[in-house]
Structure formats: C-alpha cells, structure tokens
Ligand binder design. Structure first.
Ligand SMILES: [Zn+2]
Length: 372
C-alpha cells in the first residue's frame, strides 16, 4: 500500500496515510456534523458540530491505527517483520513480511486487532454512559457513543470468517491446527473471502436499486475483498504446487562465466531477448569467481546507467547463497530462504555440478507478504 503522507514510526514501523483516507474522513465528518450530531444534541452552532465531528473522526482513525498496531506488535513478538501500517479509505492495513509459521502464531496475530477494537468500543461506551449519568446528554457524549459504535462494528465485521478479513485468518489458523495442512486451510479461508465479497457486492447493489444509502460503499468494499481473496488464493495454489514440484522448475539456469568488467548493456547484448532468465558466474581478472549475476538482476538497473554499471557492481556474493539440489522440492528450498543474509539458493544437479540459482524473484512468486 502506497503511503502519501508519512506520520512517523511506531516500534520501528513506518506509519502513513493514503490520500483516499482524507476523502472518506471528510465525508464522515460532514455526515456527523450535518445530520447525526445536530439530531442527537440540537440547539448548538455549526462550529461546535464541526469541531466535535472532526475530533470524532480523528479519534476513529486513531482507533483503526490501534487495531493495526495490535496485529503488528503481536506479529513482531512472533518474529515477523512489519513493513508498514497504512490508513486508507477502507480502514487500515499492516503489511507483514511473511505468514506465520505456526497456527497458534497466526491465530494470535489475527485476534489481536479485533481485540483492541473491542476494548476501545467498551472503553468509549463506558465513557459515554458515565458522562451521561453525570451531566446528562451532551455533544461530547454523542461523539463518544458514536466512537463506541464504530469500534464495535470494526471488531464484529473483521471477525467474519472470510480472508483477508481477520476472521478469515482465524478460520485458517483453526483449520490448519486441526488438519496440519496449511495451504488447504488458507485456500478455504480465501474461498470464503471470495464468496463473502460477492455477497457484499450483491447486497450493496440491492441497496442502490432500492434507493437506500451506503450501497456504493458496500459494493466497493465487496469488490476489494473479492479481489484480494482471489489474489491470495492464487498464492496458496502456487505454494501448494511448490510442495510437490522439484526445485529446478523455478531455477534460473547457470551459463558460462563472464568477466567482471562487462557492463550491464554488454551483458544484455550477450543474451537473446527470447531466452528466459539466465545466471552467470562473474570472474575476476585473476580468474577467481566473485559472485553470480542474473539477467533478472541486470533488468533492475536503470537504462541510463547500464553502460556504466558492470556485472561486478551488481553481482551477488556467495555468502548470500544457501546450497540446494535439483531433486529437492521447491518448498523445501524456499523454507531455507527469505532472510536478508540468505535470500538465494545455489542449485547443484544430482552429480554435484552447479546447475542454477533461485533468487528473490522466484521467491516472491511463492511466498507472498500478507496484509492484516
Ligand atoms: Zn485487523
């Protein structure tokens, strides 16, 4: 998720806003100041309603941030890096580096967000009820009650068992713990997400056709859920295939060595544009191999710099490779990869000869980051 405005970092996690949030915040504030607040506490000036509405909306997005921090801090405790937290127009999203490797960890990470929302809902409710008992009905009390309601909806909606909603992650963790089959468990949760997305879209359209409010928002929400669930399902299917496929299907084959002084444009001229990715050992003037460069790495160099950058500049040293064999399953190799220290595999054939490499590009296709 792109961050257009950086708010800061919490526990080392970059926290930011997507501009879409400002649109929805404005609509929400306008609806509060224009109808809900004047109806609940009549007789005040529009300045008071707007001040209360804007405070309420800011507190609501702070609540969403707290929900995402709930997921993120538990994920960090489980040893999973959190890339970012972004607030956008459908709420918040925390991007984790990888999925949990145990059902219990997946369950804890998923439950932490709704648990925070539930606690906030009860806290705002207690404050609203307490204030009402002390001084009667007030504008502040109405905003507190609205915040309690909004956080309650956030907790309940997110617990619907349809991935990528938190409830979907809970469902996947429970099925995983029961069957031991993680890919199947996550696939079922994603299929449930696709189904629920379709139901939301149909429900939203029904509202639109009957002239009721909120229909468009529900259709958009359903569409986003269904799209995200479909994408996740594709990843799970790939992961399932990786469990049985041999490592060499994802391998970039190794070609003969090239000299370290060759530029990236020189390398491009040596490779047929029709061939798939190729890996080259990079050899120094003294004949020593200093690392591996792949055509995929070279493609990452900007067109302007290709005539200056040499293959030695972008070669990856052998210390970042783990060893693998062509007859291992792809998932067995991928399990050993993914840390910044070892993000590539050097693959040997059955006779122990170097055959190819598996790098971050192949890894990205099978191990997806995850949003909660
Ligand atoms: Zn959540």
């Amino acid at each position: 998720m792109k961050q257009h405005l950086r708010l800061g970092t919490i526990s080392g996690i970059p926290v930011g806003l997507h501009w879409g949030l400002l649109v929805i915040a404005w609509l929400q504030a306008a609806s509060l100041a224009g109808s809900l607040l004047p109806a609940a506490s009549p007789g005040l000036g529009s300045g008071a309603y707007w001040a209360a509405a804007l405070t309420g909306v800011v507190l609501f997005f702070a609540s969403i941030l707290a929900h995402e921090l709930g997921h993120s801090l538990v994920a960090q405790r489980e040893g999973i890096r959190v890339r970012s937290i972004t607030l956008w127009f459908l709420g918040g999203v925390a991007e984790l580096d990888r999925q949990a490797d145990r059902p219990r960890a997946e369950l804890k990470i998923a439950l932490a967000g709704p648990a925070v929302s539930l606690v906030l809902a009860l806290g705002f409710l207690a404050a609203a009820v307490g204030l009402e008992a002390l001084v009667g009905s007030t504008l502040v009390g109405t905003v507190l009650a609205w915040l309690a309601f909004a956080n309650g909806v956030l907790a309940v909606f997110n617990m619907i068992p349809a991935a990528p909603l938190d409830g979907g992650r809970v469902l996947a963790a429970v099925l995983w713990a029961r069957s031991g089959d993680v890919s199947r468990a996550r696939s079922i949760a994603s299929r449930s997400g696709r189904g629920f997305g379709a139901v939301l879209m149909a429900g939203g359209l029904l509202l639109v056709f009957n002239g009721l409010p909120g229909g468009i928002t529900i259709v958009i929400l359903g569409w986003f859920l269904r799209t995200a669930a479909t994408q996740e399902l594709r990843y799970h299917e790939l992961a399932e295939q990786a469990a049985t496929l041999p490592a060499h299907v994802a391998m970039t084959p190794l070609s003969s060595p090239i000299d370290s002084g060759v530029t990236v444009s020189g390398l491009a001229a040596m490779v047929s544009p029709l061939s798939g990715p190729v890996a080259f050992p990079v050899r120094d003037a003294d004949g020593e191999t200093r690392g591996i460069v792949t055509t995929l790495d070279a493609a990452g160099v900007s067109a302007k710099r290709r005539s200056q950058v040499t293959v030695a500049d972008i070669a990856v040293g052998f210390d970042r490779f783990v060893g693998a064999r062509t007859d291992e399953t792809l998932s067995a190799v991928l399990e050993r990869l993914g840390t910044p220290e070892a993000d590539r595999a050097f693959v040997y054939d059955a006779d122990g000869r170097p055959a190819g490499v598996i790098g971050p590009a192949e890894l990205a296709a099978v191990r997806s980051p995850v949003a909660v």
